[in-house]
Design a protein around this ligand. Structure first.
Ligand code: FAD
Length: 358
């Protein structure tokens, strides 16, 4: 069984059977599961519909630096999480972010977030997922569209959107967000599992994200802030994160902020023209900062699935259907957030290791 201690990681297999495992998705959950299963000796293939790994921990490159459009930072309550990242993603890729974070109360007053160690990837959030994926077989730009289980030979067959065969596997792990996971299962021979998902599922809320470059820092008060009574939910001084500093003598230098809209505002403006979204969120930020400094450059990203919200309901951590040899992992099963995605994958790999082959 896989054991993971913060000081020393001991890896061995529960039995001698080498299994072929297909993992759908290469965000934190998929990559964690991939690293652990590969370390146990299994043959692992990850399928990722986007151009590269990372999922919602996403970064966009811009001249002279990069901007984190998705997951902003993380905390580590599980003592195994940080050592795992440092060991498998690289010692230098996970660094503390010492920014001062604040939150606004309904009456408009500001308070500071409690002191806590917060971490980011350096020089960008995706440095972590790139590091985790380095030793893995990730088939990018491959959307798994259909799963079919041949119960005679106990193999899963995967197909892409063009009906191309992606191979036969002993086990499948799905780490797509819940709506996409349910869709995939509903189109598969595992349709009944899609129904079981309904009881375990957190909602994933949408988010319009805008990154803005200013010539100087328009709001030095905080480096990250949760906003109240505004179209804005969260704003962060991206340039304050380690490794994002532009060399100040470069012509491309500037100060990047990331602005995330609330789920309510995003829902109300989900089909708006991106330029209208940029204008509205920059106006809201100018009101917040009291500084209407002009934007030099902007980027947008519309997340239809951003942050997980279980509405306070208990969550299962992961789902493992031993009779089908199919599992699900992801932040939405384990409290949301980056650490939740890791915890979910670790729990699933443990559950798989402890279950009999069907
Ligand atoms: C705007 C925003 C801000 C956030 N801020 C924070 C924060 O500050 N701190 C924090 O801890 N968390 C934050 N989060 C949440 C955090 O990013 C997620 O919890 C975490 O990245 C989820 O990882 P995951 O592996 O579970 O899912 P994902 O990262 O969503 O990975 C799933 C992967 O599956 C792929 N996929 C889906 N369907 C298929 C298919 N059919 N075939 C192939 N591939 C498929 C997707 O492309 C994706 O890469 C934020 C997220 C967003 C979007």
């Amino acid at each position: 069984m896989y054991q993971n201690n913060s000081s020393d990681e001991t890896v061995s297999t529960i039995n001698d059977t080498i299994r072929s495992v297909a993992i759908v998705g290469s965000g934190v959950a998929g990559l964690t599961a991939g690293v652990l299963l590969k370390a146990q000796g299994h043959t692992v293939t990850l399928f990722e519909k986007s151009r590269g790994p990372g999922g919602r921990m996403s970064t966009k490159r811009v001249a002279g630096t990069s901007v984190d459009m998705g997951g902003q930072y993380f905390t580590t309550r599980n003592p195994d999480f940080l050592p795992f990242l440092r060991r498998h993603a690289g010692e230098q890729t996970v660094v503390p972010w010492h920014g001062l974070l604040g939150y606004q109360q309904d009456n408009g007053d500001w308070s500071e977030f409690p002191t806590e160690q917060r971490y980011v990837g350096a020089p960008r959030m995706t440095a972590i997922t790139r590091g985790l994926s380095a030793g893995l077989n990730v088939q990018a730009q491959t959307r798994v569209a259909r799963l079919h289980r041949d119960s005679q030979v106990k193999k899963w067959h995967l197909q892409d959107a063009d009906g191309q065969n992606l191979g036969a596997f002993d086990q499948v792990i799905i780490t797509a967000p819940p709506a996409q996971a349910r869709e995939l299962l509903a189109d598969s021979s595992a349709a009944q599992l899609a129904i079981e998902l309904n009881t375990a599922v957190a909602q994933i809320l949408p988010c319009w994200a805008v990154a803005v470059k200013f010539s100087t820092n328009p709001w030095p008060r905080f480096q990250g802030a949760r906003v109240a009574n505004s179209p804005l939910f969260w704003v962060a001084d991206n340039t304050s994160k380690p490794g994002r500093e532009n060399a100040s003598d470069e012509p491309a230098a500037g100060h990047w902020w990331v602005l995330h809209a609330t789920p309510e505002w995003t829902n109300a403006h989900v089909d708006d023209d991106p330029q209208q979204v940029v204008d509205a969120l920059i106006a809201a930020f100018a009101e917040l900062s009291g500084n209407a400094e002009p934007a030099l450059e902007t980027l947008t990203h519309r997340w239809l699935y951003a942050r997980s919200d279980a509405g306070g309901e208990p969550q299962p951590g992961h789902l493992w259907f031993a009779s089908e040899q199919l599992g699900l992992a992801g932040d939405w099963l384990a409290g949301g957030r980056i650490e939740g995605a890791y915890n979910s994958a670790v729990g699933l790999v443990d559950a798989i290791g402890g279950s009999e082959q069907a």
